[in-house]
Design a protein around this ligand. Structure first.
Ligand code: MN
Length: 724
């Protein structure tokens, strides 16, 4: 979007926009049908109406700009949808018309294209001093799910560059720099050479106006001086080629200003050295003709050895095809000759844009993406036949299907995330607090869940709630380091709080059994204890109890005793207790539930059971989920790190009902360092016997090894672990 100056309508009947429309129509007539052209004219009226009263800085009515963009695209034989999108490309940004309006008046496809261009235009207006040009290029490609968005955007940029006009020099330079860094390489990548050359020249003009003027003058002068010799060479080539009896065109060719400048600058050589080469291009219809013409010109003038390049048989990395040769012309001047078919030329000039109409009579060609893929496939084909490296395709794939997505905040800020990132990743990328309190999100006014993954171009509004907390399950579907560490950090702090609570409960319980209330203990006494055991605060002590680093029974005993120091003795005599089974439960009676037989490594949950201590259930145990609904005094528990011992577990084994099978099972189990506690036959028929075996294991890994070994036996049909 460029600034719009408001001025009054002049009401000129033979207006420039009418002229431009005519130009556009005559251009599309060459390759589009009448219905499509009617749609284009309708789009013109629609857009002109919407932009009514808006003017470009130059004073032209605004509609001249989108029309000029459309003309550029028509010259590249862009399809009708692309042309219509070009005509409408600024209406969403600059007028009251919405994306939905366009969808209902034209098509969803056109609406999507306009929306894509609008989003890219918004990017232009952002300061991105911190963003690297390469990232922005990738971003542009990523944003444009439909590559035509980029093509329209390039044509838009071209016209804006052409009409920089009376803008302040500083601003011109800024826009030119951005064009040079972002849009020129994009045009190059998409092999749209025509647009690239024009952009480069315009950038040079904007950034180095003086040098541009001097160079331009020099080229014009040299062109005048050379006219005669160019005509002589052209005629002698034409005369000779006529004898071949095929259709061709010979065109004198000049290097464009930007590349002359680049070459002078890079090689530190004078203008005359760069320009002192005569160059011609010969176009023909058939690939075979290219080689015949080559033979003919090599016959006419002496070729320079080592300068011949066959880019038809071996196309350049970006798909470019042509024959190149250098000849010694009359008066000994070197001449560069390029020979190619008209189709090769069209592809070289328009690049990817030319491919949207490729095989347009194909009924399936309505799908632009499919055609883009076809383009890729064709390039791949070229590479294959050329036996060349696939580097170009790889690069292109990186660009077209990058590993990044770019999404917007409602304020229009861009957030870059790795592909596959979810709403939670996004929320944390915006701000840790937003991540910590997010509950859902809205995308395009639709509510979506936090697990949903993001796509480039989405505008994401995160919905937060003050009571919301990070969920440990989020760790399963976030992919950014920031989200992961923020969630972990929060959970850790949260756990600390939990640990203090648990420690508090455990200590109180212990004290109660000694008929003491924690609240009744004098503060000085607590401070004395903290001093003796070298812990900073009561919270820290409670946390350590909760985490299983201090035994609540001992702390309680110390607090109950007259002489705190005397209690050390007691502790000393009782420290070599058996390894803890469950973290944070010192001094508690631990029972492993008989219904589900939890073993170390299982996800577990604990219940406070008055009189029984804590009963540990498997998290998936049906009983536990029942109790969980009714009871509130369940706690999160964790296996202790140094848990050791034998734990019972129950397996249901389906076996072939043969003699001695149970003995094989039993010996296999005992060979795995496990004991069978009980065996019962649950069901039996002639063929199959279903046995319930209770055995002991050290932990889940041990159990898994045993099950694997049992499964390998030929008599085993099925093994399941019983978890109630
Ligand atoms: Mn525009």
């Amino acid at each position: 979007m460029l600034e719009i100056a408001t001025a009054s309508l002049t009401g000129d009947p033979s207006s420039p926009e009418e002229g431009l429309l005519e130009l556009l129509c005559s251009s599309v007539k060459g390759y589009l049908d009448k219905n499509q052209i009617d749609d284009i004219i309708r789009a013109y009226h629609y857009s002109a109406d919407a932009h009514k009263g808006q003017f470009r800085k130059s004073g032209e009515t605004y509609i001249c700009h989108p029309l000029s963009v459309a003309i550029t695209l028509a010259e590249m034989h862009m399809d009708a949808q692309g042309i219509i999108a070009a005509i409408l490309h600024d209406v969403v940004e600059d007028t009251h018309i919405s994306k939905d309006d366009i969808a209902s008046n034209f098509s969803v496809e056109v609406a999507e294209l306009v929306d894509g261009v609008t989003k890219l235009t918004k990017l232009d207006n952002k300061s991105r001093a911190e963003a690297q040009a390469e990232n922005v290029r990738k971003m542009l490609l990523a944003m444009a799910k439909d590559l035509r968005v980029i093509i329209v955007k390039l044509a838009d940029r071209l016209h804006n560059m052409k009409t920089l006009g009376a803008m302040p020099a500083k601003k011109k330079r800024r826009i030119a720099k951005e064009t040079q860094e972002i849009y020129v390489p994009l045009a190059n990548r998409l092999s749209m050479n025509n647009i690239r050359h024009q952009l480069e020249a315009l950038c040079l003009e904007a950034t180095h106006p003086k040098r541009y003027r001097v160079l331009n003058k020099a080229v014009k002068k040299a062109r005048g001086n050379r006219r005669e010799i160019v005509t002589t060479i052209e005629n002698s080539i034409k005369n000779r080629l006529k004898q071949l009896g095929l259709k061709f065109d010979v065109v004198g060719r000049e290097k464009n200003l930007a590349s002359i400048y680049k070459k002078m600058h890079r090689q530190k050589i004078s203008f005359s050295n760069v320009f002192d080469v005569y160059a011609f291009r010969i176009y023909c219809d058939q690939v075979d003709d290219c080689y015949r013409i080559l033979g003919c010109v090599h016959n006419l003038f002496k070729p320079v050895p080592g300068k011949f390049k066959d880019y038809i048989a071996l196309p350049k990395a970006n798909g470019y095809q042509s024959l190149h040769t250098v000849l010694i012309g009359p008066y000994g001047v070197p001449m560069e000759i390029q020979i190619r078919t008209r189709e090769m030329h069209r592809l070289a000039e328009s690049g990817i844009a030319a491919h949207w109409l490729y095989k347009s009579d194909d009924p399936n060609s309505g799908n632009a993406q499919a055609r883009a893929n076809e383009w890729l496939r064709e390039l791949l084909e070229i590479q294959k036949t050329a036996g060349n490296s696939l580097e170009f395709i790889d690069n292109l794939k990186v660009d077209l299907f990058p590993q990044e997505v770019f999404v917007f905040t409602p304020q229009g800020n861009i957030i870059k995330l790795p592909k596959g990132a979810t709403i939670v990743d996004f929320a944390y990328a915006v701000h840790t607090d937003i991540g910590n309190t997010c509950v859902s999100a809205r995308i395009d006014n639709k509510l979506i869940s936090l697990q949903s993954s993001l796509e480039s171009g989405m505008t994401v509004e995160v919905i937060t709630a003050p009571w919301a907390k990070p969920n440990p399950l989020w760790l399963n579907h976030v992919i950014t380091a920031k989200a992961r560490s923020s969630i972990r950090n929060h959970l850790k702090n949260f756990k600390q709080k939990e640990a203090i609570d648990l420690g508090h409960r455990l200590l109180e319980k212990e004290l109660k059994s000694l008929n003491i209330n924690l609240e009744d203990i004098e503060e000085s006494r607590i401070l004395q204890l903290l001093d003796v055991i070298k812990i900073d605060s009561m919270d820290k002590l409670l946390e350590e109890i909760g985490l299983g680093d201090k035994m609540p029974m001992l702390i309680a005993k110390r607090l109950s005793q007259e002489d705190i120091h005397a209690a050390i003795k007691l502790e000393d005599t009782t420290t070599d207790h058996a390894p803890l089974i469950i973290k944070g439960t010192e001094g508690m009676v631990i029972t492993l539930a008989k219904c589900c037989h939890p073993i170390p490594g299982d996800p577990i949950i604990g219940f406070f059971n008055p009189g029984k201590g804590i009963v540990i259930h498997h998290l998936e145990c049906r009983n536990s989920s029942e109790v969980r609904k009714k009871e509130t005094n369940w706690i999160d528990v964790e296996w202790s790190h140094d848990v050791a011992g034998e734990f019972s577990v129950e397996l249901k084994i389906e076996l072939l009902n043969q003699r001695g099978t149970l003995a094989i099972i039993a010996s296999t189990i005992s060979s795995m360092d496990s004991n069978i506690e009980s065996v019962s036959i649950a069901d039996q028929d002639v063929k199959i016997s279903v046995d319930l075996i209770t055995l002991t294991v050290k932990n889940r890994v041990h159990l898994a090894k045993i099950i694997r070994k049992l499964k390998k036996l030929s008599i085993t049909l099925k093994i399941t672990r019983i978890k109630a």
